[in-house]
Design a protein around this ligand. Structure first.
Ligand code: ATR
Length: 273
């Protein structure tokens, strides 16, 4: 029940029409009886939006494309990891004091952590864009031995250098070199779901394979990995875990992870029919 005491939460970005944030967080509020409501706002002017967040006392914000970097100078404070990554996907508003976090990073670590230990494992992150940055910093924090694989050499090499990681050209990824492979590119996303970000020979059956893509739920990469006997983690896991960390930052309560995953899966299964 929405009342005068209900706290407001929102995702801001452009586009936001297909965001799964409202379904996931409203289900979480309902599951725990938290008096909150979460809406999606399409925002082009990030400076005015931040002024509005302060003026209206919006308690928690998810930031998505294209504002994850440009929002940072307008906040009062950024968490150290978000500063290092150079991107914020979450804001907590404490009585007008806005603090930025990056939960994409630890969300990826938690999702992967449901399937495998990370510390000491050889991990290849495929991609060198914004998503790759967040995931790669998380893997480094968790003690993984990191390689960046990218199509374009100079962007891949510069991310690898920042992280003290190895770089390998995408076309040269071969099986046997890694324990864990994480795709952070959009390759394999619907409607191009016949594509795979790495060559088939990049995988062997002992690897754990995680894909940030969740549309389709089972990408060609994950299907192939399963056929080879790999343990796999789908993109919904990463999305739900980053949302769970947001929920914890906003409410101080442990997130109802199963309810959040169920809400996201039911929308995606319906859309993908
Ligand atoms: P995001 O913020 O979602 O990570 P991005 O910053 O545009 O998006 O980064 C996209 C990443 O996916 C890049 O690493 C890109 O590789 P390049 O640096 O070579 O452009 C990678 N990528 C996108 N399409 C790809 C494709 N068809 N094959 C291989 N890599 C691709």
């Amino acid at each position: 029940m929405i009342s005068a005491a209900t706290k407001l939460y929102a995702v801001i970005g452009d586009p936001v029409g297909h965001s799964l944030g409202p379904v996931m967080h409203n289900r979480a509020f309902g599951a725990l009886g938290h008096d909150g409501a979460y809406l999606a706002f399409r925002v082009t002017d990030i400076v005015s939006a931040v002024t509005g967040i302060r003026a209206l006392g919006i308690r928690g914000i998810s930031i998505t494309i294209p504002h994850k970097i440009s929002v940072m100078p307008h906040l009062d404070h950024c968490d150290d990891l978000a500063l290092e990554i150079g991107a914020v996907n979450t804001i907590v508003n404490d009585n007008g004091h806005l603090k930025g976090y990056n939960t994409d990073c630890l969300g990826a670590v938690r999702a992967l952590g449901t399937a495998t230990q990370i510390k000491g494992r050889r991990v290849v992150v495929v991609g060198a864009g914004g998503a790759a940055r967040a995931v790669a910093f998380g893997i480094r924090e968790a003690g993984g031995v990191l390689t960046i694989a990218n199509r374009t050499r100079n962007t891949g090499e510069s991310l690898a250098a920042e992280l003290d990681a190895q770089f390998v050209p995408l076309a040269e990824t071969g099986g046997g070199a890694w324990d864990i492979l994480i795709n952070t590119t959009s390759v394999g996303m619907s409607p191009n779901d016949g594509e795979m970000p790495v060559l088939e020979r990049a995988l062997n059956g002992d690897m754990v394979v995680m894909d940030a893509v969740y549309n389709p739920l089972k990408t060609r990469l994950l299907k192939h990995a399963e056929e080879m006997g790999c343990v796999t983690v789908g993109g919904v896991g990463m999305f739900v875990h980053q949302g769970a960390i947001q929920f914890e930052l906003w409410t101080g309560s442990a997130a109802p992870l199963d309810a959040m995953e169920d809400a996201v899966l039911s929308v995606l299964q319906e859309n993908q029919k």
